[in-house]
Design a protein around this ligand. Structure first.
Ligand SMILES: [Cu+2]
Length: 467
């Protein structure tokens, strides 16, 4: 498929949302009016009503089925929206596995078009990576079978069919994949009801409250925020320390997270798992596909107080914490070293990748059958990411994690959430970002691409082969 087909695909996507919105949906008139009023406030301000934060169900990593299908979901207040959901859930079920576990999951495609699921952050062999060349037509299944061999962390599963990723993720095809290991377990981090996954995204709803995908070449920016598929959510919390596992699951929007009461986060992990040590920080910026792992301490907050998780970039209120207990919970004591991370060094090769316009890497748009470079197995390389404009480009690599070593130009610095192991790094205009990377798990064909999904779908993606 060539770029010229993107326009017709976009038209097709819009046509789909029209068809979806024509389906009969029971809408309470009052709720509908209320939601429209809230939408008019652009998701910011003070909505008249908030809805309980949803939590995705857990799916077994061993023998689980991911059924991609059309469904309806309550985004809050009992108003149903048409979505494309894994197992009818929006977002999809959370998968948990331990390092060393065998994962066997069957993807069933009941969407009206091809799809394939990619496990963003998981280091798996080419056949299990959800490469677009493995997309299955509607009515077909794909059996995944791989072993977890990596550090504990929060990962992100979503479709990866060429030129359809943005639409499918937007319509609801997304979920969390959490890996646990013994190193993490030894830290006794908050768990159970004190460990909360938060999948952030935005959305635009049409007048029937259905998701409306209308991408522009600069990306798809929705008019309201959703957290775990909930609009204007709240969460009752105790006076305790909570662990929030946060994923930016939006197609294009970057979030600048902060707490409304000025309290700080204790940042303990990111894409590739635990950091070397915890960092106390007041703001964290997350581009598409990035993850963070933070502790928030509500112990000193007075019972009955509300604390807002905010997005400083849009001015949106994302999630209201309602502190609702009299007794304060225990302190969480972290060791000064959370995890040992060996720095990569002495790269044998330097490769430069220029993310140009909105659809090209080094002057080329994606071709499914073209391998643009080969990488020797097991050696450290330096990859340099730059751009001639049209950023932000969140750069994502499949098949290995990397370490970010420098950013020159633009923001001209690295941030605490960019230390340790990463698989996605934000490239802004006039920046040059250098990473060190080593593919020492599998040989095979993998992808480098922009994770602004509309850029990816237009062709800002490349195949390389580890040999
Ligand atoms: Cu981009």
């Amino acid at each position: 498929m060539k770029r010229r087909d993107f326009v017709s695909l976009v038209s097709a996507a819009m046509g789909t949302s029209v068809i979806l919105s024509c389906k009969k949906t029971l809408v309470d008139n009052q709720s509908s009016l209320h939601l429209d009023l809230m939408a008019a406030r652009g998701g910011g301000g003070v909505p008249a009503q908030r809805y309980p934060l949803k939590f995705p169900a857990i799916l077994s990593h061993n023998g689980g089925i991911l059924d991609s299908k059309l469904a309806t979901s309550d985004l809050g207040g009992g108003v149903m929206s048409n979505v494309w959901a894994y197992n009818g859930l929006f977002p999809g079920p959370t998968i948990r596995a331990n390092d060393g576990d065998q994962v066997t999951i069957q993807l069933q495609n009941h969407l009206p078009e091809e799809t394939i699921t990619h496990w963003h952050g998981l280091i798996v062999d080419h056949d299990n990576d959800g490469h677009p060349m493995h997309a299955i037509p509607k009515g077909n299944v794909f059996d995944y079978d791989f072993t977890i061999n990596q550090r504990a962390g929060l990962n992100f599963y979503h479709p990866h069919p060429h030129m359809l990723t943005g639409k499918q993720v937007y319509l609801g095809q997304a979920g969390a994949f959490i890996i646990n290991d013994s190193e993490e377990a030894a830290l006794n981090l908050p768990s159970g009801k004190y460990e909360i996954p938060l999948i952030l995204r935005d959305a635009t709803l049409d007048k029937n409250n259905n998701l409306s995908y209308k991408p522009a070449s600069g990306g798809m920016f929705g008019k309201i925020p959703l957290v775990n598929g909930t609009r204007s959510p709240y969460l009752d919390v105790e006076r305790a320390v909570y662990r929030f596992r946060v994923l930016n699951g939006a197609n294009s929007r970057i979030f600048g997270l902060a707490l409304g009461n000025g309290a700080s986060f204790k940042l303990i992990g990111n894409d590739g798992g635990l950091l070397t040590s915890a960092v106390t920080i007041n703001r964290i910026d997350m581009s598409n596909g990035e993850r963070i792992d933070v502790l928030v301490d509500f112990r000193s907050v007075t019972n009955g107080t509300k604390v807002m998780l905010r997005d400083l970039r849009s001015g949106w209120d994302l999630l209201e914490f309602r502190v609702n207990s009299t007794e304060a919970g225990p302190e969480v004591n972290l060791p000064s070293t959370l995890s040992s991370i060996s720095p990569l060094s002495s790269p044998v090769t330097t490769r430069t990748f220029s993310f140009d316009a909105m659809s090209k890497i080094n002057g080329l748009e994606y071709e499914m059958d073209r391998i643009d470079w080969t990488v020797p197995f097991g050696v450290v390389e330096k990859w340099v990411f730059k751009t001639n404009g049209n950023a932000p480009h969140p750069v994502h690599v499949h098949g290995a994690s990397f370490q970010v070593v420098s950013r020159r130009g633009g923001r001209n610095q690295l941030y605490p959430w960019e230390s340790g192991w990463k698989d996605t790094v934000l490239l802004e205009d006039s920046e040059t970002v250098e990473v060190l990377i080593r593919f020492n798990n599998y040989r095979g064909i993998y992808l480098l691409h922009c994770h602004k999904l509309e850029h990816e779908d237009m062709g800002m993606m490349a195949n390389f082969e580890v040999v």
